[in-house]
Design a protein around this ligand. Structure first.
Ligand SMILES: [Zn+2]
Length: 237
């Protein structure tokens, strides 16, 4: 009877040891299994309003090659990557969006706006080109988003899909020459990105704001579009 009790205890002890070892083995196997699984690509949650091309396109900065239009130099001076004005998101280009700076200060030239965009880190607003009567500054690659149209992340909207161009209205600027330079630049961009005249938008097309203010308030939007069409058809063949 005594021997039987001892054997019984040994069997129970062995059973417990076996159970513990099986448990350890199970944990090891599970760990190995997890380690051997390939790392999954992080899934980016997209909303309906977000253009998927933003997330699927490779980062490629384009359009360095456009260094002048109609004899007006284009100076490439990109906003730094660590600026909130440069989200760095790649998107499809569907529009050219025309603005006016509404800044009458004599220093509010294309160069002045460029210097401001590059050095001021206090806002997210930015655009791609600033045009005055003698030069054009290019502050963001054309295929990167710039927050300039005031329509958030609307699908096919101005922010997500537009190239923003600001026309200077500073005191002392030749506004007619600025408009002409902008029409040449717009025509060139339409050709570069295989867009049509219908893809030239005013800022006011995307939000409730009278911009470009002079062109709209003076009733000259059609005149501007006609000028773009003329240059679109006559140049860069
Ligand atoms: Zn505007």
């Amino acid at each position: 009877m005594k021997t039987y009790n001892i054997l019984k205890k040994i069997v129970i002890a062995l059973a417990i040891i076996a159970a513990v070892m099986l448990g350890i083995l199970f944990v090891i196997l599970q760990t190995e299994k997890n380690h051997s699984q390939p790392q999954e690509t992080p899934i980016v949650e997209t909303e309906d309003s977000i253009d998927e091309e933003i997330y699927t396109s490779e980062y490629v900065t384009r359009n360095y090659e456009l260094n002048e239009v109609n004899g007006i130099p284009i100076i490439h001076s990109f906003i730094p990557f660590d600026s909130p004005r440069r989200p760095g998101e790649i998107r499809a280009i569907k529009y050219i969006t025309i603005h006016e700076t509404d800044n009458r200060s004599t220093s509010a030239t294309a160069q002045g706006h460029s210097a401001y965009l590059i050095s001021d880190y206090n806002d997210i607003t930015a655009w791609h080109y600033t045009v005055d009567d003698h030069e054009i500054y290019h502050n963001l690659p054309d295929n990167e988003i710039a927050w300039n149209a005031g329509d958030d992340r609307v699908r096919d909207g101005g922010n997500i899909n537009g190239i923003g161009i600001e026309m200077c209205v500073n005191l002392g600027v030749d506004f007619e020459k600025t408009v002409d330079n902008t029409a040449h630049l717009t025509a060139q961009l339409l050709r570069t990105y295989q867009l049509s005249l219908e893809d030239v938008k005013m800022h006011a097309d995307f939000m409730d704001k009278i911009c470009p203010h002079r062109l709209i308030s003076e009733g000259r939007v059609e005149e501007f579009l006609d000028l773009v069409q003329t240059y679109y058809e006559s140049e860069g063949q």
